[in-house]
Design a protein around this ligand. Structure first.
Ligand SMILES: NC(=O)c1ccc[n+]([C@@H]2O[C@H](COP(=O)([O-])OP(=O)(O)OC[C@H]3O[C@@H](n4cnc5c(N)ncnc54)[C@H](OP(=O)(O)O)[C@@H]3O)[C@@H](O)[C@H]2O)c1
Length: 208
């Protein structure tokens, strides 16, 4: 739902625009990149491992994938988006948000979905240093809260389910089994171990 409404209602992209996203191979990101492609956007996906960038390129069909642990994101964005970024969909916050702001073009939009890199940091790290770029490009930075769209879940489901059933959109899931693995599953979100949506299936074996 965060991906669907973030792409449709907050980003409001037009075909041909450049859509850059952090956390691109996670639960929200893996869906958002595919929905953005269906809208005719040029998608640049930022994620944290070769397995993730490979999935994004081969399965999700993004145009460019950047491994931010192994590549210089600022340099790559300058090469890939010489005319700037129309939309930045932010799942991770931190330094990548600043790099995207730096390259935002006229009328650019930043969708604030999450900031995984900042959760739990004490003291809280400072906010984005490049926020004044929004002034220079007459840009917009807007928060997205999926639960605000709960009354419209059936609208999203009616569009997404046929796409998923037909395989035009793939649901990437990373499933752990057993309640005892719940803490480890949560930790995977912060080490980047998950590829796709991290799920936990209750083990039906007695005693687990
Ligand atoms: N606004 C809403 O309504 C809403 C709804 C759902 C989720 N969210 C937010 O959206 C974001 C994505 O959620 P999700 O459930 O789909 O999680 P996710 O992207 O599946 O998992 C988290 C990912 O964050 C990345 N990460 C972890 N530590 C990081 C760090 N220090 N710096 C940069 N990246 C880091 C890792 O990917 P890499 O290996 O690629 O770095 C990890 O796989 C989260 O921030 C979540 O809180 C918001």
């Amino acid at each position: 739902m965060a991906a669907y409404f973030g792409v449709r209602e907050v980003a409001r992209g037009k075909p041909g625009e450049t859509f850059v996203i952090s956390g691109a191979a996670g639960g929200v990101g893996s869906m958002a990149v595919q929905l953005a492609k269906l809208q005719g956007l040029r998608v640049v996906a930022i994620a944290g491992s070769p397995a993730k960038t490979e999935w994004l390129l081969r399965e999700a069909g993004v145009d460019v994938a950047i491994d931010y642990h192994r590549e210089d994101v600022g340099k790559r964005l300058a090469e890939i988006c010489p005319d700037g970024i129309d939309i930045f969909f932010d799942n991770d916050g931190g330094s990548i948000l600043d790099l995207a702001l730096e390259r935002l073009r006229a009328g650019g939009r930043v969708v604030l979905c999450g900031a995984t890199s900042r959760y739990g940091a004490r003291p809280p790290p400072p906010g984005p240093t490049n926020y004044l770029q929004l002034v220079m490009v007459n840009g917009r930075m807007e928060g997205l809260l999926a639960r605000d769209y709960l009354p419209r879940v059936s609208e999203a489901a009616a569009e997404l389910l046929p796409l998923l059933r037909s395989g035009r959109v793939k649901s990437k899931e990373d499933v752990l089994v057993g309640l005892r693995n719940a803490p480890a599953g949560l930790a995977r979100l912060y080490t980047g171990a998950n590829v796709g949506k991290q799920l936990l299936r209750m083990d039906e074996t007695p005693g687990h």
